[in-house]
Design a protein around this ligand. Structure first.
Ligand code: 1CP
Length: 352
């Protein structure tokens, strides 16, 4: 796809999230939470009632409202577009649904070369409703940056090959090991789809983007380098002219952080298993994002304040720190606890 990325962008030079993501010292500790939109908010459940998840993702007005809800309620320093990693697959024509309580379910899992060859490409106009939502949002958000996102090739492949959510990714890894040519062809197509989805969001005005390789931590470093890194590099290096920070995140990726940065990340997302000072040493010179254990939000204010303080202190050893959870907000989280957590992080001093 050759979508132009030269539209005039909002200039949010002092937004704390963007300052930290570029390696500067922001005026306050920037905070946003993965999966802050949807999930725990009663106003989200009320708005979504009667609308299927995928229908919501293709409704620009609904995407706009759900994206704004956590910004209004919690005072976070960035909005994340309400969408899903499977949206570009659906837009391209893959027969897939998001089933409430389960997640993405694929009608015909992709397990051989013929199925890979039959995967349709993504055309920018197929995600026009997402681009429209981005335009509506940048008009509404004022000084708050908007983060766009996509699923990375490996994580998308896991849903397509398994046919749905998976604990061990065994069919995915079996294809990877047994049919490497088919595997690389699959990931190459998924890289094009992820890149096309992200370029459409950048062209419409997002201020940053995150590539979610949620399940890459299931791989060894050796396998990640051989079977995944070239394809995630295709996505991130294809956005090197985008002029927005690129965040690269996965769960259980302490052993992969250096390679994930090499893929072309400006900011490396870290889950709660790896302390941020350890992560910072693995990616010298790169800002990091993370990494409060989402379960901590159930442990009471005293524990939360202690853990937030520890993480902000550990983050000072990195070239920049964006405060976040180590993975997404859990659905049962009390929204008021989230608001207080944001306020506490904002009360702490920045600097190195
Ligand atoms: O803040 C936000 O919630 C923004 C919107 C958002 C994002 C960033 C959604 C809405 N999904 C995602 C990304 C996403 N989707 C990821 C990467 C982030 C992560 O690791 O959490 C992944 C792996 C998915 C796949 C997916 N979609 C799942 C997980 C299934 C599994 O394997 O365990 C689920 C449950 C969905 C559906 C979904 N996506 C989003 C919502 C609000 C929902 C639930 C929809 C419903 O049931 O009505």
């Amino acid at each position: 796809m050759t979508e132009s990325l030269t539209l005039p962008r909002r200039s949010l030079t002092s937004a704390p999230f963007l300052v930290a993501a570029r390696g500067g010292v922001p005026a306050r500790v920037p905070v946003w939470f993965m999966r802050q939109a949807g999930r725990s908010l009663p106003e989200y459940r009320a708005l979504r009632a009667g609308t299927a998840m995928l229908a919501a993702c293709f409704d620009p007005a609904m995407v706009t409202e759900v994206t704004l809800q956590p910004v209004r309620r919690h005072g976070v320093d960035a909005a994340i577009l309400f969408s899903d990693i499977v949206v570009p697959l659906v837009a391209a024509g893959v027969d897939l649904d998001i089933v409430a309580g389960t997640g993405p379910v694929v009608a015909e899992p992709v397990r051989d070369r013929a199925a890979v060859d039959a995967l349709p490409p993504l055309h920018a106009e197929q995600v026009a409703p997402v681009a429209e939502a981005v335009r509506l949002l940048t008009a509404e958000l004022g000084e708050t940056p908007l983060i766009g996102f996509a699923g990375a090739p490996f994580t998308l492949a896991s849903y397509l090959v398994e046919g749905g959510p998976s604990r061990n990714h065994e069919r995915t890894k079996a294809l990877m090991y047994a049919e490497p040519d088919t595997w690389h062809a699959l990931l190459d197509r998924l890289a094009d789809i992820a890149l096309g989805f992200l370029r459409a969001q950048v062209a419409a005005g997002v201020d940053a983007l995150q590539l979610f390789d949620s399940w890459a931590g299931a791989l060894s470093l050796r396998d990640y380098r051989e079977f995944v890194l070239p394809h995630s590099t295709k996505v991130l290096s294809g956005l090197s002219d985008a002029g927005v920070p690129r965040i690269h995140f996965g769960v259980g990726t302490g052993h992969l952080l250096g390679a994930m940065r090499e893929a072309g990340a400006d900011v490396v997302g870290v889950d709660w298993r790896t302390p941020l000072d350890v992560a910072a040493a693995a990616v010298p010179g790169a800002p990091v994002q993370g990494n409060l254990d989402p379960a901590t939000l159930f442990a009471g204010d005293e524990v939360i304040r202690r853990e937030v303080g520890r993480i902000v202190a550990e983050g000072r050893s990195a070239a920049g720190h964006v405060f976040n959870l180590g993975h997404g907000v859990l659905p049962e989280t009390d929204p008021d606890v989230i608001t207080r957590t944001v306020a506490h992080a904002h009360s702490l001093p920045t600097g190195r």
